[in-house]
Design a protein around this ligand. Structure first.
Ligand code: HEM
Length: 464
């Protein structure tokens, strides 16, 4: 006898729960459905596609980690993959495509071990520019943070320097993250459920999705095509800065190999820019709201370092590390990581998980599970003090299995350096006495909704 699907809301025969899909912060609704129906996971159908949401750390660990061999696929997205032209992107490529392994190998080589240290001077140079920017135009802190995140990754991926505040690559990073969210939104595009619609000509009155897709394709292409072409022209001129791309563009490289390099470098940009902005903005807002935590982190930096932080120093700041972990737990960058796909039929906890279904890890639910993190809505870095038994959120925030974020070793020191440098130079104070409510945007990456803050200088600005 075949096992049942995991429990969950059931909806109508044709569209499933399309009409009930939450418009904002779906991770909260999925967690609430989890409590209502019970068990480690829920399932629901939108039109002809089944989604299973894993709401507990055990289910995520048992399936996405221990059975990574069958849970590392990505759901096919006709709108995003085909109409917007992203099927070969690192984030979307099928785990069974031979390229997936090659991408992962190149990214691990370029972003791990010793290689990552080659980028430390870029991080330091750019954090100094960030501090100068926050000193000169503190009200534009959001733009400064965004500029910094994009400048770092453009230098690393392509050797491209961002010198002006309105460089087009700064806005493209934000746009592309938003577009990915819209183009992959469940229930939004009929073509995802009935792929036959992809053959409808663009001029056809109901083919809005095709015209929209063509527009998005152009913007998304600028992440990979435009900077890649720029590196090639620089290399041809002989005057170029060494980068992830230039190092891989060896003489005699084949067209196929070059295409692989292009997609990997584009993934650095797409993976790093908006995520780093999210984490840094959350840090700023949470420091403004928690002056005692901020003071303690500043005291640690001042006593341990005795000067402006550099990347090699940040591992000596255990309290700041705990602050970073708590920022990422309290305000996860990617509340549901990215959707995975089951590539084989499976069973778990007495339920059936059919091949082809989308499997979503509810990272937010795990990081706010009171059994793992007592009083989960309290911001408290001491959760991660030495001897604490609360799990390291690092086990969840970077995703899972064969899809785990390849940028961890790059992102962690980069974030710690920004956090240490900001706290070394400034005290962050809320602009208003009223305590601001902490709210978040909905998307693949979620952002804290910023409120007014002041940057009170702690040092002479000439020190920067
Ligand atoms: C705060 C910073 C970051 C966070 C929280 C983060 C988180 C994530 C998450 C949750 C995933 C999806 C994993 C899954 O599907 O299970 C992911 C994928 C990815 N990340 Fe990151 N990331 C960050 C920074 C970076 C950086 C700095 C880079 C590159 C320099 C990067 C490159 C990538 C790439 C290429 C993927 C796609 C992996 C694949 O599909 O095989 N990320 N990241």
């Amino acid at each position: 006898m075949s096992l049942p699907l995991p429990p969950g809301p059931r909806g109508s025969l044709f569209t499933g729960i399309k009409a009930k899909l939450p418009k904002s912060e779906p991770w909260k609704t999925y967690a609430a459905w989890g409590s209502h129906y019970g068990g480690p996971m829920i399932s629901f159908r939108v039109c002809n596609r089944l989604t299973i949401v894993l709401n507990t750390h055990t289910a995520v660990h048992d399936l996405l980690e221990r059975r990574a061999g069958i849970y590392s696929g990505r759901p096919a997205s006709w709108m995003f993959g085909v109409i917007c032209g992203r099927a070969k992107a690192v984030f979307n490529i099928s785990a069974t495509d031979a390229r997936h392994r090659i991408y992962r190998r190149l990214l691990q080589r370029g972003l791990g071990g010793q290689a990552v240290k080659d980028y430390w001077p870029v991080l330091e140079e750019e954090v100094d520019i960030l501090i100068r920017g926050l000193t000169d135009t503190p009200d534009e802190f959001e733009q400064q943070i965004r500029r910094n995140a994009t400048a770092v990754i453009m230098k690393v991926a392509f050797g491209y320097s961002i010198t002006v505040a309105h460089d087009r690559f700064i806005s493209v990073a934000e746009q592309s993250s938003n577009i990915s969210g819209w183009a992959m939104a469940p229930g939004r595009w009929l073509v995802d459920y009935y792929p036959i619609f992809r053959f409808v000509p663009s001029w056809f009155p109901l083919a809005h999705f095709k015209r929209q897709g063509a527009e998005w394709r152009t913007i998304l292409n600028s992440i990979s095509e435009v900077p890649h072409a720029w590196v090639k022209s620089q290399m041809a001129s002989g005057l170029y800065t060494s980068s992830f791309t230039s190092r891989l563009m060896e003489p005699g490289i084949t067209e196929e190999e070059e295409d692989i390099v292009k997609w990997c470098a584009g993934a650095l940009y797409a993976g790093a820019a908006d995520t780093t902005v999210s984490a840094t903005l959350s840090f700023l807002m949470l420091m403004a709201l928690h002056p005692v935590v901020q003071e303690r982190a500043q005291a640690e930096i001042d006593s341990v370092l005795g000067g402006a932080p550099r990347v090699a120093d940040v591992s000596r700041l255990p309290y700041l590390l705990a602050v970073m972990k708590e920022v990422m737990r309290y305000a996860p960058v990617a509340n549901m990581a990215l959707p995975h796909q089951a590539t084989h039929d499976d069973t778990y906890a007495g339920y059936r998980i059919p091949k082809g279904c989308t499997v979503v890890p509810n990272v937010w639910a795990i990081l706010h599970d009171p059994e793992l993190y007592p009083q989960p809505f309290l911001f408290d870095p001491d959760r991660f003090a030495k001897g604490s038994t609360q799990p390291d959120p690092g086990a969840y925030i970077w995703g899972f299995g064969r899809r785990i974020c390849p940028g961890i070793q790059f992102a962690e020191p980069a974030l710690l350096l920004s956090m240490a440098s900001i706290l070394y130079h400034f005290t962050i104070i809320p602009a208003s006495r009223d305590t601001a409510a902490v709210e978040f945007t909905t998307g693949i990456t979620s952002h804290i909704k910023p409120f007014g803050i002041h940057f009170a200088p702690r040092r002479d600005s000439r020190e920067v």
